[in-house]
Design a protein around this ligand. Sequence first.
Ligand SMILES: Cc1ncc(C[n+]2csc(CCOP(=O)(O)OP(=O)(O)O)c2C)c(N)n1
Length: 350
Amino acid sequence: MASKPSTASKGGKRKAAGKAKANHPPAFTQEEEQRALRDMLLIRRFEEKAGQLYGMGHIGGFLHLYIGQEAVATGIFMARRPQDDVITSYRCHAQELLAGAEPKAVMAELTGRLPGVSKGKGGSMHMFHVAGHFWGGHGIVGAQVPIGTGLAFAAQYNGEDRACFTFFGEGAANQGQVYESFNMAALWKLPVIYVIENNRYAMGTEISRATAKAEELFMRGAAFGIPGEQVDGMDVRAVKDAAERALQHALSGKGPYILEMQTYRYRGHSMSDPAKYRSREEVQKMRQEHDPIEQVKRRLLEAGWATEEDIKAVDQEVRKVVAEAADFATGAEQPPEEELWRDVYAPVQA
Ligand SMILES: Cc1ncc(C[n+]2csc(CCOP(=O)(O)OP(=O)(O)O)c2C)c(N)n1
């Protein structure tokens, strides 16, 4: 079963690992469905607008969109407690918004303006929200994995009640530092949950062309005794359910846990990717059959918890927030030249 953790057994044989589709997550309450709808719509509309601003020349540098993957960050944030840490790669706008950053300040970071979350100096890949325990936003593939492991070490060392959700892509799952982190996390039983966002494509390569045992990424910790689960990452209920189980495990002193989220990104790796490595039909099929937002809408309608008009009203409200953020971000002040020298080093306390 997908919901059962798998580790290597004593005889060297692995327990059977199910497919993501076999997962039957517990139903959401009306409130949870409504929250999931709004959060995922905010992320999608925000990303669509960011894509437009990039096309108009308002955003420079890289821009990696999260469209299609909304259920992963949303489900994790529904399970995490406010004190739990989160860290991710350069594909980070969704986590930044869910951690509580103002959409205006996030968009202003994308356009490189002073009121941006990193004063316009970080851009798309380097955003943080310390008050919301979100620690970035990292451009080096896999680099956030040891940092997330370190955050979990700090929690354990300081006797604090928190765990760290450490996101990384399936491409990053082949990086050496991931396994150094797994070793330390397992050895010291650190409260860290490794969230592998398997969107099936790294920068320009389909997973099976670059990754051994591509269908079993959740087993990547088996040699260290780290349990793992494969999760339907297009279903926000499955994500939340698995994240709660993983958090429970990590907080009970049993150490790290791996969640392989089977997800999909609709857009290219970044804005400059023509995505020639897959067909339009494949993307279309995912959108039609597995879209995370459409799944929530369908359930809300079927349960009689919302009408088409109610759903449209949420969308309108979110579009307004995003449009205001875009206006703000394109009209805000640029960082002055002296900002270049600020925030380079942390102040040292004697
Ligand atoms: C150490 C390092 N190697 C290569 C790159 C270039 N690069 C940026 S993203 C990327 C692909 C990563 O794919 P994945 O981890 O699956 O994440 P996704 O972009 O799919 O979210 C590569 C190779 C980099 N930034 N850092």
